[in-house]
Design a protein around this ligand. Structure first.
Ligand code: TLP
Length: 346
């Protein structure tokens, strides 16, 4: 039986076209640079972002890790948001494996870091301090509500980075959602970033993988870091083939996921026990909370929803994050709203 899964866009299955491309993929040993399908995916990705080269990696986490291992040495410092996925949810990999010191700044409601905070966080050259090396942004900013970050803001951060000889890395796990929401070209949106990771396996629906893009020198260093962390994947063309279909067919339909998220937010706003801010820009994520007088906690409600064949992600005692993706249709959204209203009313 099909479960309607709102926990994340990471749960999205590959499309039939992706499965066919995987079965037919031409492959080789990618550690020898020999896999034509991986090579094609890397080239197409670099071209799409207007960068020199690309590197196929197993996950978004690996993409951010190998990028930052390539950019930073031990004791170097990275400036990033206190809600950044790399800071919160990547098992502390940059510190554990790279000796990279995170300098966190508060993420604002619109997903940005204050420019003055960034300027103020850049260290002087002093024997007491770690060396500031890199600034990292996340677009869309997941934990701030999946908000898209504009080109103007990204360019302003890029300017600060260049003024101080720093590198700008972007965790663009959902950069195609951002581009769809802002109605702009991904290359233009991310032009100021020296390096960027984007995910094929979230809204783009591929089963596995992310791609890192940047200069040829950076990609050479990231490739070595990928080998070091065990990410040399041999006949990876089998999965890269799905990534090529993803890049070709998925970015142009993400507005449908955003429309479904807006439909969901509006539906949730009609339920008296739910608090939701309808003024927030919405991509494919909807955050809301149960009011204090709701008769169920969020984990209890999530549990009840399973009986309606709906999977959801509760966050703490009262919060929820719902994510829309290719396999969620408007009728699934309406079923979710109805099930929540029923469970909270009964
Ligand atoms: N995010 C997942 C969970 O890990 C929280 C999700 O369901 O949202 N950057 C961002 C902004 C992400 O949201 C994620 C995954 C990653 C990186 C890591 O990607 P993977 O899961 O491929 O390692």
């Amino acid at each position: 039986m099909k479960l309607n899964d709102f926990r994340s866009d990471t749960v999205s299955w590959p499309t039939p076209e992706m499965r066919r491309a995987m079965a037919d993929a031409e492959v080789g040993d990618d550690v020898f640079d020999d896999d034509p399908t991986v090579n094609r995916l890397q080239e197409v990705s670099a071209e799409r972002f207007g960068k020199e080269a690309g590197l196929f990696v197993a996950s978004g986490t690996m993409g951010n890790l190998v990028s930052l291992l390539a950019h930073c040495g031990r004791g170097d410092e990275i400036i990033l948001g206190d809600k950044a996925h790399t800071f919160r949810y990547e098992a502390g990999g940059i510190a554990a494996l790279g000796g990279i010191h995170p300098h966190t700044l508060p993420v604002q409601a619109d997903g940005t870091l204050r420019l003055d905070d960034i300027r103020g966080a850049i260290r002087d050259d002093n024997v007491h301090f770690p060396r500031t090396r890199c600034i990292a942004l996340e677009n869309t900013q997941n934990a701030a509500g999946g908000v898209p970050i504009t080109k103007a803001y990204t360019d302003a951060v890029g300017e600060i980075a260049r003024e101080h000889g720093l590198i700008l890395h972007m965790d663009g796990a959902r950069i195609f959602n951002a581009a769809a929401a802002l109605d702009c070209d991904v290359a233009d949106l991310t032009a100021a970033a020296d390096s960027l990771t984007f995910c094929l396996s979230k809204g783009l629906c591929a089963p596995v993988g992310s791609v890192v893009v940047g200069s040829q020198d950076f990609i050479t260093a990231a490739r070595r870091a990928r080998k070091m962390v065990g990410g040399g994947m041999r006949q990876a063309g089998i999965i890269a083939a799905a990534g090529l279909v993803a890049l070709d067919t998925m970015p142009q339909r993400l507005y449908e996921d955003h429309a479904n998220a807006r439909r969901l937010a509006k539906g949730l706003a009609t339920i008296p026990q739910i608090e939701i801010d309808l003024t927030r820009p919405i991509t494919n994520m909807v955050f809301c909370a149960l009011r204090a007088d709701a008769k169920l906690t969020a984990p209890q409600l999530a549990d009840r929803l399973k009986q309606h064949n709906i999977l959801t992600l509760s966050m703490g005692e009262r919060g929820f994050r719902f994510v829309t993706h290719y396999w969620i249709q408007p009728e699934h959204v309406d079923q979710l709203v109805k099930a929540i209203a029923e469970e909270l009313a009964s």
